[in-house]
Design a protein around this ligand. Sequence first.
Ligand code: UGA
Length: 434
Amino acid sequence: MKIAVVGTGYVGLVTGTCFAETGNHVTCVDIDERKVAKMRNREMPIFEPGLDLLFHRNIDQGRLSFTTSLAEGIEGAKVIFLALPTPPGEDGSADLKYILQVAEELGPILNQYVVVVDKSTVPVGTAEKVRARIAANATVDFDVVSNPEFLREGVAVDDFMKPDRVVVGTTSKDAQKVMEQLYAPLVRQGNPVIFMDEKSAELTKYAANSFLATKITFMNEIANLCELVGADVDAVRRGVGTDTRIGNRFLFAGIGYGGSCFPKDVQALEKTSKEYEYDFKLLDAVMEVNHRQKTKLFPKLIEYFGGSLKGKTIAVWGLAFKPNTDDIREAPALYNIKDFLEAGARVKVYDPEAMENVKEIFGDQITYCSHQYAASDESDALVIFTEWPVFRTPDFDVLQKGLNNPIIFDGRNLYDLEVMKELGFDYISVGRAE
Ligand code: UGA
């Protein structure tokens, strides 16, 4: 099948590359000329494990190409994916200007029946708006389908290739047939393509992300309570997670969720609820608790150092909002580094992938280290914000000898309490005894 993907951000590029891998001919369209030139030059613009290989293979096989021209990109396409940004506007609602602009441009250049697919996370009612914008100038028949994405950064290729489910919102039989054909290679193991109306599909995406954000936040609140009553959140997690109705995934307490999706989507769902005059109390609580959670270690550092961080050197391991990505959007580390600096501390950081992005924010206010121990050496404390695998089993001997004080503040509960005690570390984590 010939496919066009408009927008080569994270979702667009993964979608385009993976559909090329299943044998389709994919043209990716982006207005960013420099980016398109780079991709034509076989340069991968994002960091995503496993994507490089597919990207290069499909370019080499002639199934994946790039253009800045929408008309050229959609020529002969049976399906056009819209994978465009929907940044939060000032009031928290998703801004649809990019999607609606492309919809408007599409109308006059469509020359055969086509399925236009909203892949971006968009509020309820967007498919209707896209349809109206295209219809205003179109001379051929077309359908607009909502097909929300459930990719996680860092494991996006796997999530795409082996989805738990595919959600498709359309009431058109023609569009349904095309989408079934497209996804057939990906759902062979029996995971379903779930068809529904457009609005339900749009809401499904927000409901899924908000539910997951709520699940994490619930455990973070349990963790905070554990600290007060002297319980261990890891034990509680194992205890509740074995109930199959709850499930054992996404129950890890820590210093709050971040990234480009959960914070934005919870906020947008709350905004949609308000628009319909529904008071979605739970979402307000989730946002408030998560905000508080992100900096919950900071007062503990202040307390540990007797009321002030002035003149102290703080080592930071992990800047990305989670492992296996260089994405730092809404990353807890950023909020904390800001607090450390304002409190008069010097900050030395190490992250396997995200340091370049952090440089754009903090510039030379902090020190970027080429190695995790270069950050911890001669620092007064180590603070861990991201559970990169390389931080899970460090050389504790090197760490201890390098640190001025044997103190670790761990926002991701990486280490065993007993082991840390035996090794002689002061160890402060989340929801566990100190
Ligand atoms: C999330 C969803 O998981 C995807 O299904 C969805 O497609 C995507 O948003 C999106 O809307 O595009 P992502 O933001 O890449 O994916 O990251 P996750 O792996 O879901 O992690 C989100 C945050 O939750 C991270 O900050 C992570 O550290 C935190 N988290 C996750 C916890 O604190 N505890 C957990 O148990 C799990």
